[in-house]
Every structure is written in C-alpha cells, then in structure tokens.
Write a protein that binds this ligand. Sequence first.
Ligand code: MG
Length: 381
Amino acid sequence: MRVAALILAAGRGLRLGSDAPKQYLPLGGKALLRHSVDRLRRHPKISMVRCVISAEDSAAFAATGADVSTTFGGSTRQESARLGLESLADDPPDLVLIHDAARPFVDDALVDRVLAALSEAPGAVPALPVADSLRQVADGRIVAPLSREGVWRTQTPQGFRYPEILGAHRAAAGLNLTDDAEVAARAGLEVRVVAGAEDNFKITTAEDLARAESLLARRLDDLRVGSGFDVHRFGPGDHVTLCGVRLPHAAGLVGHSDADVGLHALTDAVLGALGADDIGQHFPPSAPRWKGAPSEVFLRRAAELVAERGGRIAHLDVTLLCESPRVGPHRQAMRARIAEIVGLDVERVSVKATTTERLGFLGRGEGIAAQATATVRLPAA
Ligand code: MG
C-alpha cells in the first residue's frame, strides 16, 4: 500500500506582520511548513511527501531546507489540492493524505487513525466535537442559538483512496469548496470521521503562532548535556581575551583565532550536547578565514545549530583555570557577553574561576585552561 502526502502551502493569506506568507514564518527555529514536512516524512507508512507551493515562493521554499519535491498550486485551496493530486497521476499512490501546511503538530497516531479508516471507506477526516455553545451573531448581537448536536470541527490530514479523490476533484474543478472532505462528499464518496487532536490546530493568527511557540517549548524535553575543555599557552602580547572580554595582561595567549579559551570550551560543550563533532571540525585551524577571528563567531554558530534543530540552550557554565589574570572583577562582564552572543538571559550563564594551587603547567603560569558545560533542550524525537 503506497501512501503519498500532499502538504498544501500555496496560500497567500495572513502574513502576520511579515512579508512572507505565514507557512514560511519561523516557529521554534524553523519554517512553519517544515514542521509538517518533517513529521509526515518520518511516518513509517508514508512513502512520499510533496509540497504544493506558489511559484512566487520558490526561493522561500528553498530557504526552508525542506528536502521534498514540490509542485505549483493554484489560486484557491481546492485548485491547489487538485493540482497536487494531478501531479501524482504518473506514478499514482494507493492512498493520499492532504494536509494544511499551517498545522505543525500533526502526530503519528492521528495519521494512523486516518489511514486505518481508509480500509473501510474511500475517505477519512480527523475531527473534534464542538465544546463551546454556538450562537448565530449579527451586528455584535446574538440572533439565535444554534445546536451543536452532531457538529464537528474537521482538521487535516484528510485521507482518501487516490483514484476516487482525484476523480472527485476533477468533477469539482472550478468550484470553491472549503476542504477535500466536501469535494469527496459532493462526489458521493463516504467520508469517515476519526478522532482529531486539540494540538493539531491551524495557525491563522499571531495568537495561534504564540500558542504554537509555547507548545513547542513545553515539548523540548530531550535534555542533553555537553562538556568542553580547552587550553592555550601564554606568548608575547599585552592582553588576553577571555569569554569575549579583553583583559590587559603581561602576556597574550597564542592561538590561530583570538585564543579565547573560555569561548572555545563553551563552543565544544554546545557542540557536544548536539553530538555535532567539535570546534576543530567546524572551524579548522588550517583555514585562513579563522586567523585572528573573534571566537564569538564559533559560539554563535554552535548556538545557531541548536536553533536549527528546533532546540534551546538552557544553561552554560564555564570555569577558567589560571593563576593570573584575576577573573573575579570581570566575571559579570563575561557573563553578560556570553549571554549576548548566544541570546540567553544572563541568569542562565555562569562564569567561575579557580587556580590549581600553583601546581602543574597552569600553576607555573604557562597558559590558561577552561572547562565548560552546556545544557541543551531539544524537541522530543
Ligand atoms: Mg582553543
């Protein structure tokens, strides 16, 4: 049984204060439509995912990094769905799911319910009963009560046997029906209802987008802790840069970049939490472009990698090990600088310092070491 999923993303509607249509707005560090793409692609029963986009959005779509095929939609939702279905005709699937790009929280169990119902009927839609009382309103006044008896709110993905829904859409071409269930019903196809999910809501307003952000934040429960360690030796110079703060000193630190051991250890800690190699891999010392580079570039990039995974840094902690310079007087400036680089509240950043009791290479004043810990929250897999 081959199952294809079409994600409808051709809408021009509701820009929520931005130039891009809402399906390209960022949600949890990636484009809204990427959430649906990623979730449906991961579903074991779905063999292909295709986005129906507007030709005007080709560049915006490419920028999302979504690794799925596309086809161009039309001027209405119904036309876009039909064109998406037509694009599958050369290599037709058995079943097709049609999903709104603006419902980022579609989950596997809901998809399973829709697909299971298609063994009984040619169409299936997820829906929820209406809990609130319904009233007909005109001019800001209640005109009449409405019964909510038998009234359900439909969601997507709506699932269909492919030949039947293609035929139904061809027969309804040119009309402006609200969803595929209506197209199917018009063609006389039986459409079953399966349980929807409250979290599978459609983002249409700025308030919905804020709700989605907070829902996503609550779901960041894949907790990772990474550690980092770095050493740089003293050499000629009159200052050192530690945790992004320049301190006058009788010697400098030797390194390819600005030799900021604190930021290097923190960068490795963040990369470690992601399981994403190390600072030398991302920023090879052999590459001329990093010569003398301010190390905030490295830490900022590591923080971007966290955001690209849809995650957040929860906490950063770094300990500087040296006999001199004295760190204490600069601790708050260092915390503030780190917080600024990664975009964290300063209370989520800790800077500590210690000596090694004049023991070893650090005790002899040959260099400075730093060790760091990063706590990162990623979306549950
Ligand atoms: Mg280093």
